[in-house]
Design a protein around this ligand. Structure first.
Ligand code: MIC
Ligand code: SF4
Length: 766
């Protein structure tokens, strides 16, 4: 295992040029190896993968089948997931991280009053967690970005991502960096720990979906509408296990930050990541963000930083699936409520809203989040605002703006774009996730009140933004969001109908236009970067044993070698069970570093087939009582009753938070058995030593009843590709035997036996 003793290249706030040179020097030979082994031209994604293969000559290449080892160039972590990742990293006992890594403080800032006050409150209330992250970063050679410096994915795009790179990040929207031609993959903390410890990143070779773009965006259509359209086509599970590669003449017309929006929201279709090629758009963005030298280097290997011409000419031969989108025909779209793939062009929204009975008055409009807070985004939103201001109009719906980074904030302030938005009544929040992740103190409605909100965010699962499952959340581009804020009505087609002011003034908005990049260059604003200590051994990391927010981890017990017999069914999820249902964020973000405390939210958003009302309830089979699922799991744990949870399709969709896997593990789950899994969550369960099983016949889901006892047998013979037998013993004495399948490799089986991947890592270190 590689071991680094000095933090060396990690020290600065950008990717060291030597690292890029060294990677690019490996590209030609690695690409040649893949061409020889596959006997054909390559897509861009395949080039990046082979250039990062642990061993290009032997790495498995079979898509969707092989598990392969890669060497990413970088690891990025945000504060809400970094805590658990770093608590695990500490237990590995290494002197420093082996790969350049960074921590970004963005998720824990609550939106209440406005940027400055909210930031001050966050620094105060999260002091213990920020101190922990800062000292761990200082000790282990990790770059630390202070609260207020921006949302992880914007900062990574501005500072670290570079064409042809591979990185992993403990956040599902890490693929944002695909806008800069980086293969950037969202992972759970345990995967990050492997890479920071010098191990390779092991993942299944992704399948490849090609999106062929022609034409160019015009009118109201924005980059956001490309991905909303793709989400409508592919649905929330259509991208599972795939890299989505964009190419074709239309791709060249989209700015680097627009591409990042598209790649960011590829997370919503379950994609491993999304990717645009390197070209003049990428180079322009690199130059604008003071990385001229990176663009020059990339020019030198440009042929390797895009797909081969044969692929572009005959994509069907090289991709598993090809989607064609003509940007000339693209309309603005709106998706929602409750799922990002319920897609409609704006022209259909009015009719659908009336038919479905969605509240027509919009209660809030929100612009920002990691997916849509670039200079161009805010510029287009501001153009709409200027038109309204000139006509004497103000927003009818309160409008909140969260800039993506301090650099964007300082620049849009300097260029008057923030002032344009404030002039129509917008309120500017801190550079952070804020309302996107439920960090929103909303006082205008009561819990349970049905209401409509529109945002430019990426997720709209129930209760996500404001903790109220009755809020209907719709997603569109920033300019769409501002247009809706002006009319205040979901049944207003702003493309075709004028906004009517209180005094009868009519304004038919013109389609927005804006500069992609600031003509005067970016203003970096206040620097939020803290370098790690030159000698980390002198830095102490303290976790108070009485803390309610941080808790050192105890290793999970190893498998005892016996089959699992007589497991109880804690719950059977019906329909969507995202990570926001399993371990919600919002107020619970507070406990992300404390496994015992955060486990008190286990499944509180889940819809359990056996106790539907209220969500998060379960039946105690010992006496038939209905209880909150966290209480029930605690009671079972205390009584030594092990359990399984049953899931529907795409179980674990959404976040990368490994808490959604660690909590069930900690509270006594032996297996999670589902109709299908979302990629990151399945990987997280395996890492934590939970059996992640899929019904071979999805209808077997129906066989599981509330008072069944479940046996999982033949575990001593667990092997890759071999089904696992599950015996369902019904309360009436009948028994059914079903087959489940899994995606465990030999390595994953080792983790299961050892109790967790971390236990394996620790054993190898000692
Ligand atoms: C999200 O958008 O759901 C989050 C919050 O950024 C998560 C990470 C987390 O739960 O901390 C993600 O997308 O991975
Ligand atoms: Fe933050 Fe929202 Fe982006 Fe997640 S999706 S990183 S919560 S802004």
């Amino acid at each position: 295992m590689a071991e680094t003793t000095s933090p060396g290249p990690q020290l600065g706030p950008t990717t060291p040029i030597e690292l890029i040179e060294s990677l690019y020097s490996r590209y030609p030979a690695a690409v040649e190896v893949a061409k020889r082994r596959l006997g054909r031209p390559l897509t861009f994604a395949e080039k990046v993968l082979i250039a990062h293969a642990d061993d290009p000559e032997t790495v498995g290449l079979e898509r969707g089948v092989d598990y392969s080892d890669y060497r990413p160039d970088r690891v990025a972590m945000q504060d809400a997931t970094a805590q658990m990742a770093l608590l695990q990293f500490i237990t590995a006992g290494l002197p420093t991280v082996a790969v350049p890594s960074s921590v970004h403080c963005d998720h824990l800032i609550q939106a209440r009053v406005g940027a400055d006050a909210d930031l001050e409150t966050a620094i105060d209330t999260n002091a213990e967690v920020y101190d922990f992250l800062r000292s761990v970063s200082a000790k282990y050679g990790i770059g630390f970005w202070k609260p207020g410096s921006g949302i992880i994915h914007q900062v990574v795009l501005e500072q670290y991502a570079f064409p042809g790179a591979m990185m992993i990040g403990t956040d599902s929207h890490t693929p944002n960096a695909g806008g800069l031609a980086t293969v950037a993959i969202g992972v759970g903390g345990a995967d990050a720990v492997d890479v920071m410890a010098g191990w390779p990143f092991n993942t299944r070779v992704p399948s490849l979906i090609g999106v062929h773009l022609t034409g160019s965006l015009s009118g109201w259509a924005a980059a956001k509408d490309v991905i909303l359209k793709v989400a409508g086509i592919l649905t929330v599970k259509g991208g599972t296990g795939a890299i989505v590669e964009y190419f074709g003449p239309g791709a060249a017309t989209i700015s680097a930050t627009g591409r990042a929006t598209i790649c960011n929201m590829g997370a919503e279709i379950g994609a491993t990541c999304s990717l645009f090629p390197y070209d003049e758009q990428t180079a322009r963005y690199l130059r604008a963000t003071r990385r001229e030298a990176v663009a020059t280097l990339a020019d030198g290997v440009a042929e390797h930083l895009r797909c081969d011409p044969e692929v572009e000419a005959n994509p069907e031969q090289y991709f598993d699936r090809v989607i064609d989108i003509d940007l000339d025909e693209l309309e603005p779209h709106l998706v929602g409520p409750h799922t990002p793939d319920l897609d409609r062009p704006i022209s259909d929204v009015k009719q659908a809203a009336i038919k479905e009975g969605y509240p027509l008055d919009i209660s809030y409009a929100l612009v920002g989040s990691c997916t849509n807070s670039s200079y161009e985004d805010i510029g287009r939103a501001a153009h709409v605002a200027r038109q309204a201001k000139a006509a004497g109009l103000k927003v009818r719906t309160p409008l909140l703006i969260t800039p993506g980074s301090e650099q964007v904030r300082a620049t849009i302030e300097r260029d008057g774009l923030l002032a344009d938005l404030e002039a129509i009544g917008a309120n500017v929040l801190a550079n952070a996730c804020g309302p996107c992740i439920g960090q929103w103190k909303r006082d205008d409605i009561d819990k349970g009140e049905v209401n409509t909100i529109v945002s430019s965010f990426n997720r709209n699962f129930p209760a996500r933004n404001d903790g109220n499952a009755a809020t209907l959340s719709f997603i569109g581009s920033p300019e769409t969001t501002v247009a809706f804020a002006l009319s205040g009505r979901l049944d207003h087609d702003f493309v075709r109908e004028p906004i009517v002011g209180d005094d009868g003034t009519e304004l038919l908005l013109e389609p927005p236009t804006a500069d992609q990049l600031p003509a005067k260059g970016f203003d970096p604003g206040k620097s939020g970067f803290v370098s790690p200590a030159a000698d980390g051994s002198t830095v102490a990391v303290a976790v108070s044993p009485t803390s309610e927010r941080l808790e050192l981890l105890e290793p999970f017990p190893a498998w005892d070698g016996n089959d699992f017999l007589g497991l109880r069914v804690l719950m059977k999820a019906v329909g969507k069970c995202t990570t926001d249902h399993i371990s919600p964020a919002g107020p619970w973000l507070r406990f992300r570093g404390h496994l015992t405390n955060i486990s008190k939210n286990l499944f509180i958003g889940a819809n359990n087939a056996f106790a539907l009302d209220p969500p998060g309830s379960g039946v105690d089979v010992r006496d038939g009582s209905v209880q909150p699922l966290p209480d029930l799991s605690a009671a079972y744990k205390q009584a030594g009753i092990a359990w399984v949870a049953i899931g529907d399709e795409n179980y674990g969709e959404g976040s990368s938070r490994e808490h959604a896997a660690m909590e069930p593990r900690y509270m006594g789950a032996r297996a999670i058995i589902v109709r299908s899994f979302a990629r990151i969550h399945e990987a997280n369960l395996k890492k934590q030593g939970v059996l992640a099983l899929t019904f071979k016949n999805p209808d077997d889901y129906e066989r599981v009843l509330v008072d069944d006892e479940i046996d999982i047998v033949g575990l001593a013979d667990l092997a890759p590709g071999k089904p696992v037998t599950v015996v369902i013993r019904h309360a009436d004495g009948q028994t059914e035997e079903i087959e489940t399948v899994h995606t465990m490799s030999d390595e994953h089986i080792r983790w299961f036996r050892a109790g967790s991947a971390l236990n394996v890592l620790r054993a190898e270190r000692s």
